[in-house]
Design a binder for this molecule. Structure first.
Ligand code: PEP
Ligand code: MN
Length: 262
């Protein structure tokens, strides 16, 4: 897979940051958060539109309505939008709405059928949209690489992997254990892949975001970070404990950049 291309412009600084709320909750929340992120220099905005819930009964996202808000944020703030898709219909819809980057959620990566369905849809639509694949919750490197190969075979060349940690039992301090050796081995096998660390879903706790981000950035494996940020984290419908404000994110990233040892 030597012809895989970088997703971000390497002349625009390091590390690359994708930030935004776990879910797009309201138009106001999307616009406020995106505006504050942009003011702090972050131009890649993430927000979930369909939320995969482990157990039924929780908030499952605002769907199409939320895509309208993301489209508005993109147009008014001149930012890039990144969201999750899990099936054919969702994939077609995000392409219609001009979303810039898609990601495959951890639970979806575990299903070769679901991943293939999304890859086939991109192929049929002749899309070259950049695709980021989260690691599956089980520590299975082959399954993670297999998902990347399905998109590669569908003609996608801007490919990235997101390290969001692995389930363990009994639980440790982490919501999902990092098992750093897995992304390290991944990037040895496919060095050209854009590798992104997601401290939000690994920690499950905003207090650990800075520590994990620093560790990732100093480890020479990651190109960037995906971090959940909300204008008022305490009001978040999903993943409230792990979200930070755009200003807190700015402080963390400035600190990391100052201390980064080249
Ligand atoms: C998310 O990014 O909000 C999300 C649902 O993540 P994951 O698929 O890693 O659980
Ligand atoms: Mn989340």
């Amino acid at each position: 897979m030597k012809d895989i291309q970088p997703i971000f412009d390497p002349t625009k600084g390091y590390p690359f940051i994708i930030a935004g709320p776990c879910s797009a909750e309201t138009e106001m929340q999307v616009m406020q958060t995106a505006e504050q992120l942009k003011e702090n220099g972050f131009e890649y905005f993430r927000a979930g539109v369909w939320k995969p819930r482990t157990r039924p009964g929780g908030f499952e996202g605002n769907g199409k309505k939320a895509l309208e808000w993301l489209k508005k944020a993109k147009k008014e703030l001149d930012i890039k939008i990144c969201t999750e898709v899990a099936n054919q219909d969702q994939t077609k819809m995000v392409l219609d709405y001009g979303i810039d980057i898609i990601w495959i959620g951890a639970r979806t990566t575990t299903s070769p059928f679901a991943v293939q369905e999304i890859a086939d849809t991109l192929y049929k639509e002749e899309s070259r949209i950049p695709v980021l694949v989260k690691n599956p919750p089980c520590p299975d490197l082959e399954l993670w690489i297999g998902a990347i190969e399905r998109f590669y075979n569908a003609g996608i060349r801007k490919l990235g992997a997101i390290h969001r940690g692995f389930l363990e039992w009994p639980k440790s301090v982490y919501r999902n254990s990092p098992i750093w050796a897995i992304p390290t081995e991944f990037s040895k096998r496919i060095p050209e892949i854009t590798m992104i660390h997601d401290p939000s879903h690994i920690s499950g706790d905003k207090e650990l975001i800075e520590y994990l981000s620093k560790k990732a950035i100093n480890g020479n494996v990651f190109d960037g970070l995906m971090i959940e940020s909300h204008y008022k984290p305490e009001l978040a419908i999903t993943d409230a404990r792990q979200q930070i404000t755009p200003e807190e994110l700015y402080k963390i990233i400035s600190n990391i950049k100052e201390n980064y040892i080249l």
